[in-house]
Design a protein around this ligand. Sequence first.
Ligand code: GLU
Length: 510
Amino acid sequence: MKREVRVRFAPSPTGPLHIGGVRTALYNYLFARRHGGKMILRIEDTDSQRFVPGAEEYIIESLKWCGIEIDEGVGVGGPHEPYRQSERREIYLKYAKQLVEAGWAYYAFDTPEELDTLRKEAEEAGKTFAYNYEVRHKLPTSLSLTAEEVEARIARGDQWVVRFKMPENEGVKMDDLIRGHVEVNTSTLDDKVLYKSADALPTYHLANIVDDHLMEVSHVIRGEEWLPSLPLHYLLYRAFGWTDTQPEFAHLPLLLKPTGSGKLSKRDGDKMGFPVFPLFWTSPTGETARGYREDGYLPEAFINMLSLLGWNPGNDEEIFSMQELIDLFSLDRVSKSGARFQPDKAKWFNAQYMHKLSDEELAPIAQPIYKAHGVATTDELAGKAAGIMKERMTLTTDIWELTSFFFVAPTEYEEKLTKKQWKGDNPAMLAKLRGLLEGIDDFSKENTEAVVRAWIEAEGYALGQVMNTLRLALVGAGKGPGMFDVTEFIGKDECLKRIDNLIANVTPAE
Ligand code: GLU
């Protein structure tokens, strides 16, 4: 029988979710949806040292903003509750002990000082220290102490850890859905800590394998930085006797700096002026980091951009909705090599999506922006104003700069345009044009344009002269859409008022 696809996104709440993490979540989600499976959100918070308050909420809000839906997990519930590892702590000790009993792991009681001595010895001999088969017998462990001693130490409350007993000189053969066959010799690996008595918590490795097993995860899709842990994970499945249901693995390529070398970091974003996080973040100590949402990106554009960083659809197309991505996604087309992040490309995607929005879709995006600037308007007008100018927008944050004149009369006039237009015959011409506009009943853009054009011709004015002077009065600057889009939008009364303002408040040049 074909196994049900069950994938998980398993972030550790150690800070804001990097866009590389969002991409991991996205690929998991696309894979789950593509195969009619389930997407699980598990919070891996067993490292109390690195826990950051607010990070879990940030992760959940980010996924929601991106449109990545969770079927099971934190915030949703499901058949394997709880999904937060700190709430599953009772589960793990049993498994740690099971491994010790089966000879796959051992108790270690060494102190930091004892370890230091061995480390120094190794350094003096010109070797790098590794906690492995060469070392484990030289330290107080359940391999070097008698069973009675071990029991006595545990009973009197000595601190201990359980370490994995990495086999010596064995080739571990692994398969990765992206990288193919990989083989690693265990002698290059150390005895990782699986459980710590000090906080009665497992480490990542033990909790991750136990939970993937209990939650019946079928595919582990995660970042390349976890590839070095794969041999240990394979051996843990073997040690537990779970190889039959062991998940398949896929390790995703790194997101690289815009320069192409090294992992994309917050510092790159700070230096070059782009966010590396989906949402704005404030740390408990007050440090902040910018986010795509607050910087004016649409979630659909952001997701589209991320989807192509490490995966390709097999053709030249670039614009994909979430549903199209679901229909097309396959791990076969995830690349092995890192994907270079290009901030300009992120903007390009956003512009494509901005240009396609209807007035109805723009309204809810523009309204909060207008409101924040003290403009109260209807949804219809908000959508219409933004819609007229959308072709020139890259980010939603461009909306105010490009459309404010629809709602707010100019109080200042651009100096260059004023010098050029507000002189000679133009003030008298504008006064006449005011009279003409006042007499127009049908103020629709088409009718106003026809009437004004006929008048310009009859009076013998130059079209540019009239339009630029009118623009000075209505917009106050040499920007904006066609003049008759403006007249229609603001209406006759407002047009006349703005013309009167210019005439009354600005003295023409000589
Ligand atoms: N908690 C790990 C992380 O933060 C999860 C790694 C995995 O998916 O196995 O990335």
